[in-house]
Each structure stands twice: as C-alpha cells, then as structure tokens.
Design a protein around this ligand. Sequence first.
Ligand SMILES: Nc1ncnc2c1ncn2[C@@H]1O[C@H](COP(=O)(O)OP(=O)(O)OP(=O)(O)O)[C@@H](O)[C@H]1O
Ligand SMILES: [Mg+2]
Length: 262
Amino acid sequence: MHLTVALLRMGFKVGTIDLDGRQKTFSRYMENRNTWIAENGIKLKMPEHRTIQRSGKDSSIEATAEDEETLRHTVKELSVRNSFVVVDCPGSDVPLARYAHALADTLITPINDSLVDLDVIVQMETNALVDLDAIRDTTFREPGVYTSMVMTQRKLRMQKMRSGMDWIVLRNRLSSLADKNKAALSDMLGRLSKVMGFRLTSGFGERVVFRQLFLSGLTVLDLRDQGVEYKLTMSHVAARQEVRGLLAALWLPKVEERLDRI
Ligand SMILES: Nc1ncnc2c1ncn2[C@@H]1O[C@H](COP(=O)(O)OP(=O)(O)OP(=O)(O)O)[C@@H](O)[C@H]1O
Ligand SMILES: [Mg+2]
C-alpha cells in the first residue's frame, strides 16, 4: 500500500492487483481509502485497482491455465494506462502467486526479523541455533521453500521472456533496540544475499502507525496533506523515511529524480 501511494505521489499512474481474492486485505485497504475520500471530501490519489479471484475449475491443470490467463490479461490491461503495476501476493504458494513471480520485473519480499520467518528463505544447520554468535558462521543447508519457488520462476522467466528479475528482500518489523538477534540476522542475510541473488534493503521498523491506518485507507505519506487531521510524531517521520528508503533502493525508471515528492 505504501509502495503504491509513494509511486502515485511521484506523479505516476499506478495499477494494483490483489491476488488474494479470499482475504482481500489489499482491496479492503483501497475500499477504506475510497470511503475516506468520499466522507472527507479530500482528493487523495488512487490507483486503478483489480481483485483477482482464483479459478473455480475442478481440474487443477485447467484452473492453473485459467489463473495464468486472468493474471496475464489483467497485467496487460493495466499496463496500457499505468506506468507501474503493483501486485500483492497471498502468503500461500498458489498458482496465481507463482505466476505473478514469473511476471515480476521487481520482486519485493518482506520478511519479519525472526529465524522462524527466515526458514522459508534458507534452511540452516540446526546446531547453529543454540548459540546466536554461531549463526554468523553457520552453513546454509538448502534454499527454503520460498526461495526455491523464486528460483524456479526466475529461471522460467529467463527462458520464456529472456529477462531477469530484481529480487529485493526487505526486513520488516525491526525492533528499535539493538539486540544480538537483530545483528546476527543482519550479518547472515548479507551473506545469504550473495548466494541467493537478492538485494537487501534497510527495511521497516515495528511501528504502531503501520497497523493503525488501515481503517482510514491512509498511509504515512498522506498524513501531512492539507485537510488530513493527524498528529504527527517522530515515529511517523521515521516511517516516511523508511518508505523513501525502499523507493530509493528500487531500480525503477524515473523514480530517483522524484524521491523528494514522497
Ligand atoms: N512494520 C510494521 N509495524 C507494525 N505492524 C506491522 C508492520 N508490518 C506489518 N504489520 C502488521 O502485521 C500484520 C500482517 O501484515 P501484512 O498484512 O502486511 O502481512 P502479510 O505477510 O502480507 O500477511 P498475509 O500473508 O496475510 O498477506 C498486520 O496486522 C500489519 O498491520
Ligand atoms: Mg499480504
């Protein structure tokens, strides 16, 4: 949501796709934003949004083919009028999400700053978990389930479209305290990025504001706009900086020169 609004504020037209047609959190956020605009009479920028429902076909082969066709068609349709298309994937490994990975020029993978979440990226030698210091030198056993999926889709993309993918791993919900766990994970992700072929960005802190704004459909980027009554704190300023940091890290055309508009 923050990525979308950042691009909108930079003056780009943006298309958005919610691939989780059951949970629809991304779509609900958009609905809340529309409601807020209607109730407050303040014109906030909106993307052109689509929610995709999974195929209901019985045969899994037919269902996968239909899902891929729906997504391909939606991305194509949105690309005609928009500079960027932002796709939100469900957490589960479903054909729609897999195919979306193959279509992505840029893939952003947020991971919570915890060894539990890291397991989907890489499986490590288990004895290393006994001592945090040892994590720094631990050997990686094999790619985690998520990384394996990304590697497969990346390869397919290279074969079919002759195009690479910029994969970014973003650490999310970082604690404000400098603890040992945080430092060990940071070291390890740095090492891992070279092996797995992703880029690591500075990430996002654990902040109440990221949980609070859903019902209004606002993002931290909207809070200083005229007519938006919101008491700004230091945490909001820092959150805004984090969003800007993410955009600055992306290799997207014309974005760097517009960072000051966020
Ligand atoms: N940096 C953050 N600070 C505070 N809360 C956060 C932060 N990032 C995410 N959250 C909260 O964590 C919960 C899950 O976030 P989010 O929906 O972004 O995760 P997700 O991985 O996309 O989940 P899903 O797999 O269901 O799509 C939400 O309640 C969200 O507000
Ligand atoms: Mg999600």
